[in-house]
Design a protein around this ligand. Structure first.
Ligand SMILES: [Zn+2]
Length: 394
């Protein structure tokens, strides 16, 4: 059986035929290249209005990546035609059925990637299929767009807003989930994490549905706080636990790094090197070796160790049932930290003080939104699209 036969069976495009297929070895990586030709009598379709018209000319070849076969990357090769469109009154590039707009990825492959992105993290999808993070992002965005058009948005009371970063924090994506106790699913994704990004979500979500929101969960990113206050000021805004833990982890790491520098200047470098994971690891995950090293570090009364102990002191905060008592605990902890002379931790304490009301909302929302949502909404390592499982976003 020939490959064309399979392609004609699974991916036949009216007005186009599959030409010769080559297997090429590109620096040790195999790739299948499939030529596509327009049917002799078919006229190109205008990308502006969708009407067929006379061909104007032919452009350079363009590559479109298709779903890999036997783990081999597959590319369609096609010479785009231009249409002299009467309705649009100008010459336009043709519209092809296997890809949308200027995407270098076929729609079939984008769906394939988006489905995998439901099961494993975007980064893993990109790695496994030898594609870029951008391609995965765009594929998911396409799936979410499609899903939105077919989505039932009734009865959403709780949303979670999160940011995802890639390229070492140079680029961001904002994601919004529904996090009602009954269901958790991805609602929206947008490029960047600016006020404009989040305003885009609320514009799409609409006034009426926004009015029905009771809970909004997010991190302390200023742009989000501002937009949530402006657009959903009536809802209970909650700062979630995961982000606070993350801030403390960052602070501890900062203390450790400056202390390593200090120790090195005093000729005692060995003490804190390779201590990073010992310090950042949570109590329940420590090994016997970690504990031995910690005892050793505690003896030297290092700032990094004291910072870590401050974080441990904070843990009981989340166990409180009563809002006033939790508030008292928070205030005491902040006072202790402010006396610690450990600047990065003091910064965390100041931040928690500044956002005290939002932080206390965590206790007010308890039980009202799904348990996992507030706590682990945004473990960056977790698959992004998992958990909704309802099929609205395929
Ligand atoms: Zn047209």
């Amino acid at each position: 059986m020939q490959l064309q036969t399979i392609l004609n069976r699974i991916q036949k495009h009216r007005g186009f035929v599959y030409g010769p297929i080559r297997l090429r070895d590109e620096r040790g990586h195999l790739r299948l290249e499939v030529e596509i030709y327009p049917h002799r009598r078919s006229r190109p379709r205008c990308s502006g209005c969708g009407r067929r018209g006379p061909q104007y000319d032919t452009l350079d070849a363009r590559w479109f990546e298709f779903v890999p076969l036997w783990g081999i990357r597959v590319f369609f090769l096609y010479l785009m035609r231009r249409v002299d469109c009467v309705r649009c009154g100008k010459v336009r590039v043709e519209q092809v059925p296997w890809a949308a707009g200027k995407h270098p990825v076929t729609t079939a492959y984008a769906w394939f990637l988006a489905r995998w992105a439901k099961r494993v993290s975007w980064r893993e999808v990109a790695t496994v299929f030898h594609t870029s993070w951008d391609t995965v992002y765009r594929s998911v965005a396409m799936a979410v767009d499609w899903g939105r058009a077919h989505l039932d948005l009734a009865g959403i009371e709780a949303i979670g807003i999160d940011e995802l970063q890639w390229q070492h924090g140079h680029r961001y994506v904002t994601v919004v989930y529904q996090i009602d106790a009954a269901r958790k699913r991805l609602l929206w994704v947008g490029q960047d994490r600016t006020k404009k990004t989040l305003l885009g979500f609320f514009r799409w979500f609409g006034k009426e549905r926004t009015q029905a929101l009771r809970f909004v969960c997010s991190d302390m990113w200023k742009a989000y706080l501002t937009v949530v206050a402006k657009k959903a000021g009536h809802a209970l805004h909650i700062l979630d636990r995961f982000h606070i833990a993350q801030q403390m982890g960052k602070a501890i790491d900062q203390v450790r790094r400056s202390e390593v520098r200090e120790l090195r200047q005093h000729g005692r470098p060995a003490l804190l090197t390779k201590a990073r994971w010992v310090l950042l690891r949570r109590r329940e995950n420590r090994t016997a070796e970690d504990r031995r090293r910690l005892r050793d570090l505690v003896r030297h009364n290092l700032k990094a160790v004291r910072a870590m102990l401050l974080r441990e002191d904070f843990e009981p905060f989340w166990q409180y049932r009563s809002v006033p008592w939790a508030g008292r605990f928070l205030d005491r902890w902040c006072t202790a930290v402010m006396r610690s002379r450990i600047d990065p931790m003091k910064k965390v304490a100041r931040m928690l003080r500044a956002h005290r009301p939002l932080l206390m909302n965590w206790f007010r929302a308890r039980g009202e939104i799904s348990a996992g949502a507030v706590e682990g909404l945004n473990n960056k390592a977790k698959p992004l699209l998992s958990g909704h499982g309802d099929g609205e976003v395929p």
